[in-house]
Design a protein around this ligand. Structure first.
Ligand code: FAD
Ligand code: NAD
Length: 470
């Protein structure tokens, strides 16, 4: 039996970072992956495919130019599913290639197969050809991720009633689509297809969507979606989804029936823990297959077993999964690891993008922190004019007591890139003066930081003679 310092199950963002980190520390590392190729959900069905699809849809539809040339403007008149897929395949091949090369040059060993526990230090791996091998490790990292939640009342057929794994393989761009669930996945795909002129209806049982985002940003975003004829149905859940006479029928709780060419069911994901034989190592999964860990070390209740990435729950991002994997690996091999900074950015690649870092206005109010907001609209920036933007806003929240930035919230073109300026100021404990005193490139969308900073500063009043400190 082969013996390793660290065995990682799963080659998604958490597993990948963990394996390379441990290998850099000269440890003997094995990654077990049951998928045909390395990369996990992130590379094959999640992050990269959805973002590539988005980019292709925006380019071929001419979406970014419509501010100038009108809503009927298109770069390519007939956009087919093949058009969307072509770029996807190239991007995925490239991602896999980069990852394979990283593993090879860092001497990370790989094994293709499905892993199950035999005991807390031993795994049994069934390879594709049926061969079974056993491996043993001082430490094991579970980076097994999640799969879409597929309830029995939804007649998934992989063609027109789909989950978010199926959608990357569609054969036609639908004329109409019902998206069930206004979580991040549902909203990203709903708005991407809407940009392709698919008539989209979103159904969500809660009274609003994206509750963790600043309300003012969600209101602006919702207005933009409705303005382009997307239907948002809140306070209703989908009870049944079936196919009849070539059309999909979605029955809502109140009896209303929605018909469409395609249905995307995007109502959450479950941890891929049910086939790991967790009982053999003394662990038990919780709600929706998630594992409990120490948030500082990512150690489970069994000391030599770690878990990181989506399988440990919120925030379930590729970006945070990578950091969790790295920290877990360092702890597992006895290397010091510092805690991640308090605030991380969240990027929603909808059309338009939303990105946020730090406290929302609602959270600031809940904490009774006296505050002031500064707002900039992209149309106020020269760059926004040049780009033909008629929407987009950046909002910053500052403490009146310390003058420090508490949160930055952006909706609009480039939001997921722009947010990092705010993130840096936030984590470095910067104040409103940073935005007022520093020069920004002109013309840029980043100038919105200057405008929003000045907007808040004008209401906050100038600093007393001596500068306030944090
Ligand atoms: C549609 C969609 C869009 C997304 N967009 C973004 C985004 O824009 N930005 C962002 O930050 N995040 C995004 N995410 C989230 C992101 O994809 C996940 O946070 C990330 O993939 C989680 O990484 P992970 O390492 O936990 O596991 P995963 O990427 O889920 O990989 C787990 C791997 O483990 C393997 N595995 C599981 N069980 C076993 C076993 N028993 N034996 C062997 N192998 C096993 C699986 O085959 C899989 O390859 C998106 C997700 C989806 C679904
Ligand atoms: N850009 C990004 O970073 C990105 C993109 C996509 C996904 N992700 C991650 O993937 C994870 C999973 O996303 P998700 O959107 O699947 O899950 P989610 O749990 O965030 O959202 C699911 C939504 O479906 C709704 N829902 C549940 N049952 C329903 C029903 N019967 N009818 C209608 N609606 C119903 C829920 O109320 C919820 O709003 C998220 O935690 C997210 O962090 C991140």
């Amino acid at each position: 039996m082969h013996q390793y310092d660290l065995v990682v199950i799963g080659s998604g963002p958490a597993g990948r970072r963990a394996a390379i980190q441990a290998a850099k520390l000269a440890k003997k590392v094995l990654v077990i992956e049951r998928g045909g190729r390395v990369g996990g959900v992130s590379v094959h069905t999640g992050t990269i495919p959805s973002k590539t699809l988005r980019e292709t849809a925006l380019n071929l539809s001419g979406w970014r130019e419509r501010g100038f040339y009108g809503r009927s403007y298109r770069v390519k008149q007939e956009i087919s599913a093949d058009d969307l897929r072509r770029r996807l395949l190239i991007t995925l091949d490239h991602e896999v290639d980069v990852l394979e090369h990283q593993f090879a040059r860092n001497r990370v060993q790989q094994l293709r197969g499905h892993a199950v526990f035999v005991d807390p230090h031993t795994l049994e791996v069934t390879k594709e050809d049926g061969e079974i091998v056993r491996v043993s490790a001082t430490s094991i990292l579970l980076a097994v991720g999640t799969r879409p939640h597929r309830p029995a009342n939804i007649a998934f057929d992989g063609v027109s009633i789909l989950d978010s794994d199926d959608i990357v393989h569609i054969k036609d761009v639908p004329r109409s689509m019902v998206v069930i669930g206004a979580g991040v996945i549902g909203i990203e795909y709903a708005t991407i297809f809407s940009a392709l002129d698919t008539q989209v209806t979103v159904v969500e049982p809660r009274d609003s969507m994206l509750d963790f985002i600043d309300k003012e940003i969600v209101e602006d975003f919702s207005y933009q979606l409705r303005d382009r004829n997307m239907k948002l149905i809140f306070g209703q859940s989908a009870e049944k989804v079936e196919k009849e006479d070539g059309k999909c029928r979605v029955t809502l709780k109140n009896g209303r029936i929605l018909t469409s060419d395609m249905v995307l069911f995007a109502a959450g994901r479950v941890g891929a823990t049910d086939t790991l034989n967790l009982a053999a190592c003394g662990l038990e999964a919780g709600n929706r297959g998630r594992l409990k860990v120490n948030p500082e070390t990512f150690q489970t209740e069994v000391p030599n077993i770690y878990a990181a990435g989506d399988v440990v729950g919120f925030p379930s991002l590729a970006s945070t999964s990578m950091e969790q994997g790295r920290i877990a690996a360092r702890h597992a091999v006895g290397a010091p690891a510092s805690e991640p900074p308090q605030y991380f950015p969240y990027g929603i690649y909808a059309v338009p993008e939303i990105s946020t870092c730090g406290l929302t206005e609602e959270e600031v109010k809940q904490r009774n922190i006296p505050y002031e907001c500064g707002i900039a609209h992209f149309r106020e920036t020269s760059r926004g004019h040049i780009m033909g933007l008629d929407s987009g806003m950046l909002k910053m929240i500052f403490s009146l007591k310390t003058r420090r930035l508490l949160g930055v919230h952006i909706v609009g073109e480039g939001a997921t890139e722009l947010v990092h300026i705010g993130q840096a100021v936030l984590n470095l404990k910067g104040t409103v003066e940073y935005f007022v005193e520093n020069t920004f490139n002109y013309p840029t969308l980043a100038e919105a930081y200057k405008i929003a900073g000045l907007d808040a500063w004008n209401r906050m009043g100038e600093l007393p003679a001596k500068k306030a400190t944090a």
